[in-house]
Each structure stands twice: as structure tokens, then as C-alpha cells.
Design a protein around this ligand. Sequence first.
Ligand code: PEP
Ligand code: MG
Length: 756
Amino acid sequence: MTDNPRHQGSGSWAGSRRLLTRLREVMASPDTTQVKLNSVVQLIAQDMVAEVCSLYIRKAGDVLELSATQGLRQEAVHQTRLYVGEGLVGDIASHARPLALAEAQAHPNFAFKPETGEEIYHSLLGVPILRDGRVLGVLVIQNRTARQYTEEEIEVLETVAMVLAELAASARLVALAEVNHNGQVASSRLDGVKINGGVAIGKALLHIRAVAPRTIIADNEEAEIDRLTVAAADMLASIDAMLSGKLAGSDEYVEVLETYQIFAQDAGWIRRIREAIHTGLTAEAAVQRVLNEMRARMRQSTDAYLRERLQDLEDLTHRLMQHLQGERGQIPDEDTILIARSLGPMELLDYQPYRLKGVVLEEGAATAHVSIIARAMGIPMLGSAQGILQSVQAGDTVVLDANGGQVYARPNLEILERFHANIKLFSERQQRYIAEKDLAFQTKDGVTIEVKINAGLVADVEYLHTVGADGVGLYRTEIPFMIRDNFPDSLTQEEIYRKVLNAAKGKSVVFRTLDVGSDKTLSAMDTLPKEENPAMGWRAIRMSLDRPSLLRQQLRALLKAAADKELRVMFPMVSDVSEFIRAKQILLLERDSLNAAGHKVAATLQVGSMLEVPSLLWQLPTLFKHVDFISVGSNDLLQFLFASDRSSPLLNNRYEALSPPFLTMLASLAQQCDAAKIPLTVCGEIAGSPLEALALIGLGFRSLSMTPHAVGAMRTMIRSMEAKSVGEYVQTLLHAPHPSVRIQLKNYVRDRGIGV
Ligand code: PEP
Ligand code: MG
């Protein structure tokens, strides 16, 4: 028998509802936050028949501060602090899971804090205060006797913690909530790694996959159960409709949807949500709570299968929330800076990115595909900004200085003024670049460089003329696919490609066939099988050759769109010459069959191969017999040469193009292409970076394709360098015993006044 009335059978749900209602009254009161917190811990201690109830709130520097207590010494409030991971409270925060102990002091992680006077309490139950997957604090109850807490008590405390999460967030108590003397939340600065340069000032929008519930406590339990039942049925019906509708017949697609269907029908999942509603929560809060619990449990798992199921569950939760709230995504305001842990290219596109002023990622590296979209659209982006999600709240003013690798939350006036001046300077420089757009890309010693742009949307092609570039060196055809829910049919594709060619007004355009897979996923192809290493998996030309109907459809659209004109096509991720030969054969067959059917097709063809996989470097003489040009995809080539994941923030900047092995490889490639008279270009991100471009020109590259926003600065750089002397200098660096020769090149350009 226990001393807690909750364990004595029925009435516990009613008890929990009563507690939640009283907490809601406290929260709605006009008292100061501290008074509210004091009342909250008092209420919880009373209701849960505990001698102690304490609330720890997460502050800057990953510290958990005792912010209110009933039962421990009041002098300890705002004095007792534990790091995340330190002591039992820190343990709960770091693992984001509850801890129930009959003998707390016997636990190996117990940290004695004499100022609290807690030594007389034996048992402890603590739960994390979670919001949007972040730990905002820890709620603890303690009892004098060594007692076992029940599952039900843990659940009640978790529900209470959800309510507190709202209070903590709305009162801005959390994380860097270092309130200054005027009662304002202090500003904070974090370092990150530049993914795409630029400076922006805007308001923070947090990217949250599952929409956070707005109301936590329900007024009417029955009504909430009904809402859940309707939303779950709607969701299931929409999955059923997808299953019987588009792409039926594709095995993998059906398989994925069936997994979702099984999950959605899982009586256990819905039952748990129902039970959470019985504790007094709204349907949304109940869905969130069940996700939090399962997330906390599954995250600890090292089993890849389980972690994958967690992704399914998150996705499904997100969908169920949308059905409950009748919402579809967040539309950013014009001055939004998007803050996210990580972001896929699709997710970025969901935000109508042309409305975004900037993006800050906790994780994320410069060559991940999402960065390419940011660059293509000129959105400043900072990656590896660790702690940003803890530091910023939705609506905070944020200054993003991607050039300087920094982000400021809630900046003071001085910082704001400085950056407004900076933005003015930046836009003046852009004006200068526009004024210079007709100047030739010619070095001081008379070498002409072809400078082209990378594009992915018809709108990007316009930049060709505004920046004065020579053509489109890489048109990523997957991007129009990525922004649609359905697969564009042949006619839609033809229309897009025709618009691209028209927008180019006679300048050349190189269309790259579909490069999907890896982190470029299509919502229309949810069927893609999950792979351990998708970047090295079934992607790009591999997929195109296995599913030739998709490739054929695309090639037909391209051939028709380029009627009577020149068509340039290149294939991505070629690892073996035979793949290129097969793809080219398909292209020629399509051309012939369209011709035979009386269609107008491209007058001439130029067919090239991307060089992204190192194996191709040892097949060059054979490749030269079949290609019209080669384009180096340095983003992938770099990751495969160094076996270094381009999306991993941990490896950011660790291996780089300005290194002796990479430069030596490029030198040999340039020399072989030159001897074979095969046009060679670079369309990876290094081509748009002035220092890297300088080295490439030194190595003999005469064609570069880059994000349009890099063209102006590139023109300045090219016009201030001498190709011959750079070439001689770069040769001396090929055998340098350093992992990078960046410093040497920086000194070189500084000494010669080259504008990089
Ligand atoms: C590359 O790999 O360098 C490249 C241009 O292709 P993507 O970045 O689209 O993979
Ligand atoms: Mg690539």
C-alpha cells in the first residue's frame, strides 16, 4: 500500500485534470513569473503528495538552475546550478527521459548540493520539460520515504511538465534567458560556418517538423477524443487514397505507404494518444506527448531499424497534427530568418525560400544539397551554429553575418547599426558588379575565361543577363522536380526546358539529367528505398539506367524543347564509361524515334559527362572517345576522393580542394583533357570561390560554372590576375607537405593586389 491516494484505484484521471485546471488558473493570473512558478511547485507537491517539488530551468551554457522549489531551502533558489549531464537532474536533461528512484542517493550520478538540504529525502522522480524536442528544464518531486513511483505518477508529472514547457517558453525563461538589469533578455552571439555568404537582419522562424500544439489543456475531453478520431480517420483515408492513386504499381512506393498505413492503424499508438487525452490534454498536446515519449525512448537506440521507425513516426505525427489543425506548413514573412537543426532541400523549398532573408542551421555543411539551393537563390546561410535552437525564440530579432560566420540573437542597438551599414555596403558592391557586367572575363595577361552560371529554376536563368555570364554551365533538372508534389509529365518538362532555353536568349545551356537520391529526395518518389549510405547509393545515372522510362521521358522533353537548336546534355555520377555509353545510346535512340515520328528535335547534340566519381579518372582515354565535354562536379568528387561526407558538419573544412592531392589530381585532369582537346569545366562549388577559381585557372582550367551571385566578384578577381604567373606558383604548391595551401594562396593574392 502506498501513501499516495493516486494509487488507490479510480479517480486518478480526474485528479490529474484537477491539477491541470489549477495550473492553468495560475498561469493565467497577472502575478510575476516567479510568483507563478512558486505557486506551480506548491500545487504539484500538494497534488502528488510529495514533500518536495522543484523546477530547474535551462540557462545559457547548458546550465540547469533551480528556479523554484517547495520543500528545499529557499536560499538555494537561483543559486543551485547543475550542468546538463551533472547529477540526477542533469542526467534527466541529457537523456531527455524520466528517472524514478526509491533511493536517489545510491545512484552513481547523484550530486550532493548541501545548500538545498535535500539529504533527508530518499526517493526522487524527475521528468524533462520538453518543447519542440528541446529540453527546457527538469521537474522533480522528492519524498522522505524510500518509495517506488508508479507509471501513472510518471505520466502525470510528464503531463504537468508539458504545461510548464508552455509557461517557460512564453515567459522566455529558458536557455540564454539571461535577463539584464532592465529586465530585457540579453543578446547572444554564436559562431558557425559560412555556407553561403551574405548579411541579413530579420525575425527568427523556428523550423519545427511537428507543429507545436497551441492549447495544451482541454476543456472538453469528449470533444478532443472526437477530434482525434476524425483526424486519424482522415489521415488514414488520405494514405489509402495515395495507395490506390498515383504511382500505384511501383513496389517500393506501395511498401512505404503500407508501412505508414500499418503505423497509422496501430491501435497501440492511437490508444496511447487517447490515454493522454484522458489526462486532460487536447488532442494536439496528446499527440505531441506520445511522440516525445517515444522519441526519448527510441533516440537512445543504436538500432538503425528503430531509428528509422522514429522517422516514420515523426512524419506521421506531423501529418496527424496537420489533419488536427487543418494546416499546411508555415508561410514565412518577408523578413524571416529560418532557424533549423538541419534542413533537407525539399524542406527549404517548402518555405518558398525566395521569401527568406537567411537560414541558420545547428548542423549542416557547405556542400550539402540544401546549401546549393541556398546559393542558387542567394540566401545567406550559416551552418554548424551549435546552440542556436536553444538561444533563439520565434520572433526574436536575428542578425545573420554569414560572411563572418556569426549569428546574433536579440542584438543591441550598436550591433544593429553596424550591420545595417554593412548591408548598405554589400548592396553598393552589388551595384558596382552590375555596372561592370559587360567587362570581359580576361586576365591581365590576356587569357579569356568562360564564366557560366549554375541554375535550377527558370527564374535563375535571368541572372545570366543581369550578371553578364557566358551561359548556363549546369542546369540541375532535379530542382523543378523537387518543388512539385507530383512528377512533372513529359509536356510539363518540355515546357520548363523551353522556357529555360528562351530565357537564355541564345547563350548555351547544359542540362544535367535527373540527379536524385542521396539528400535530394522527391515527394513524388517517396518510394526511394532507404539506404545506409545514400550518397554512394542508388542515385543519379544509376537510377536512370535502372528505370530508363524516366530518363527517356526527360530526354524526349529536352530534345523537343531544343527543336532546331543545339542541345547540351550531361549525365551525373558516371562511375564507369559503359554507363555513359548506355545513357548516350538512349539519347540517340530517342532522337531517332522522335525524328521518325515527325517531331522537330534539337539540331545538334553535345553530350558530356560529369566527373564526380574518382574511378572515372582512370578511364579518361576511353571516355574521351565518347564525350563532347567533361564537367567536374567537385562537391561529390571531393567527398569521394577523401571519403568525407559532404553533408557532415563534423567534417566541415577538414579536407579541401586547395590541398596538394586534390590540386594534383586536377592538374593531371586538365593536362589530359587539353592534350585530347576535350572541353573541360568545373561546376562544383569551388568554381565560384575566388581563391579556388584562381588556383583552377593556374592549373589550366578555362571554363568555370558557378552560382550567379559569385560572378561579379569573379570578374574582379580574373581581371586582376595573371594566369601564367599563378600557374607557375600553383605548380610549386602541388608537393607542399600541408593539408591545405590556402594560406599560401591568400598571401600570394594579397602581395599582388589580386581582388579576391
Ligand atoms: C557536384 O557534385 O559538384 C555537383 C555539381 O553536383 P551536385 O552538387 O548537384 O551534386
Ligand atoms: Mg554531384
